[in-house]
Design a binder for this molecule. Structure first.
Ligand code: HEC
Length: 152
C-alpha cells in the first residue's frame, strides 16, 4: 500500500499538476486555533462582566492583551486559495472570502480596533468591560454572518 502511494505521489509531482487536493490541515488548525484563543479570552472577559468569573485587573488585562496580540497575527498565510468549505472538509470558511478579501481584512481590522478599546477598558473594573465587549462581539458577528458557513 505504502509503495503504491509513494508511486502515485511521485507521479503527481512529476506531472506538476495538483492531481490531489492539497493538504491544508496546518492552515486550518492555525486559523481555527486563533479563533479559539479569541473565544476563550472573550469568554473570560464576558464572565467578569457578568460577575461569574472573579474580576482582577491583571487577569482582565491579560485577556485583553491576548486579544490585541491575536489581532496582530498576519492573516494571509492562514487563508490559501482552495481552502473554503466548497473545496475541502473540516472548514466553515465560505468561498465568498476569496472574492472579498479587502472586506474580510477590513472586518479583521475592526476586530483589532475593538480589541484595543478593550485593552484600555479592561483594567478599569468589571463595569467598563461591558461596552467594550459589546463592540467586540459585534465585530465577530459581522464577519461570521458574511463569511462563516452554518455548522452542519
Ligand atoms: C474577519 C472575519 C472574522 C472575525 C473578525 C471573527 N471571525 Fe470567527 N471565524 C471566521 C471564519 C471564516 C471562521 C471559520 C474558519 C474555518 O472553519 O476555517 C471562524 C470560526 C470561528 C470559531 C470556530 C473555530 C473552530 O474551532 O473551528 C470560533 C470559536 C470563532 N470564529 C470565534 C470568533 C470570535 C470570538 C471572534 C471575535 C472576537 C471572531 N471569531 C471574529 C471569521 C471571523
Amino acid at each position: 500500500m505504502k509503495k503504491t502511494f509513494a508511486t502515485l505521489a511521485a507521479l503527481a509531482m512529476l506531472s506538476g499538476t495538483a492531481a490531489y487536493a492539497q493538504d491544508f490541515s496546518a492552515q486550518l488548525k492555525a486559523r481555527q486555533g486563533q479563533f479559539r484563543i479569541m473565544a476563550i479570552n472573550l469568554g473570560i472577559l464576558g464572565g467578569m462582566a457578568k460577575g461569574e468569573v472573579e474580576y482582577t485587573a491583571e487577569a482582565a488585562q491579560a485577556a485583553a492583551d491576548t486579544l490585541v496580540a491575536v489581532s496582530m497575527i498576519q492573516q494571509g498565510p492562514h487563508w490559501p486559495a482552495g481552502s473554503s468549505e466548497m473545496d475541502i472538509d473540516g472548514t466553515r470558511a465560505k468561498a465568498e472570502i476569496w472574492d472579498n478579501l479587502p472586506d474580510v481584512l477590513d472586518k479583521w481590522a475592526k476586530f483589532g480596533e475593538a480589541a484595543k478599546v478593550m485593552q484600555t477598558a479592561a483594567g478599569e473594573g468589571p463595569a467598563s468591560i461591558g461596552p467594550a465587549l459589546g463592540q467586540m462581539g459585534g465585530t465577530c458577528k459581522a464577519c461570521h454572518d458574511a463569511y462563516r458557513a452554518p455548522a452542519s
